[in-house]
Write a new protein. Structure first.
Length: 215
């Protein structure tokens, strides 16, 4: 069964998007970087499974966002829902629970512009053999979560997000819930100036890299 792709993201509004990077390069450029990264991610998901199988869980005001019209166009044909919950962990879980049941899900954020259809389909292949897939990030977090059953995301309620142990804590919660967890390829989240320089140099054909090199 083909998986459904889920992107959990927020509108790339200056001053609200990529604030760590914004402290170094300014809030407007940071928002443009976030927008380019989101566009790369949306394209990869659509290329992997087609827009009919793509879902986005969004928060924020696209009308105030960098490249908001481009993001809207990229989301045409997607199922778009508003995020629900008082904190990111709750919103993440609810985004999974809002999906149609009975179809595997591969969920990503908007911080890995280097993701492509091939990497997402590798996760799908792992899901054919495992209950869950987690793709680690070097900062201790994770960039992709695959679940054969989206409802099993409920076990992640209470897992602290955006910490140096989020990846390990997420994996442990999945294992404690009785899931067999495979490991996907590691990818770097673009959160800092150093991350941006490194990822742009390694993946020059991305929308993100083109923006970064022309800044």
């Amino acid at each position: 069964m083909n998986p459904q792709l889920l992107v959990v993201a927020k509108a790339p509004v200056a001053g609200e998007a990529k604030t760590r990077l914004g402290a170094r390069v300014g809030p407007q450029l940071a928002a443009e970087v976030a927008a380019a990264s989101l566009l790369d991610t949306l394209r990869a998901c659509a290329d992997a499974v087609g827009v009919a199988n793509c879902h986005a869980s969004m928060t924020g005001d696209l009308s105030a966002a960098a490249r908001g019209d481009d993001v809207r166009r990229a989301l045409e044909g997607w199922t778009v829902r508003e995020q629900r919950g008082p904190d990111f962990g709750t919103r993440l879980v609810n985004a999974h629970l809002d999906l149609p049941a009975g179809q595997p899900v591969i969920q990503v954020g908007m911080d890995t512009p280097q993701v492509d259809a091939g990497l997402l389909l590798e996760v799908a292949d792992l899901l054919a053999e495992h209950d869950a897939v987690l793709g680690p990030a070097p900062d201790g977090g994770w960039w992709v979560l695959g679940l054969r059953d989206p409802g099993r995301a409920a076990c992640l309620r209470g897992v602290p997000m955006s910490t140096p142990t989020t990846g390990a804590d997420t994996r442990q919660a999945l294992v404690d819930d009785g899931l067999d967890v495979a490991t996907a390829t590691e990818l770097t989240d673009v959160d800092t100036l150093e991350d941006a320089e490194s990822v742009a140099a390694e993946f020059p054909k991305t929308e993100f890299a083109r923006l970064w090199s022309s800044r």
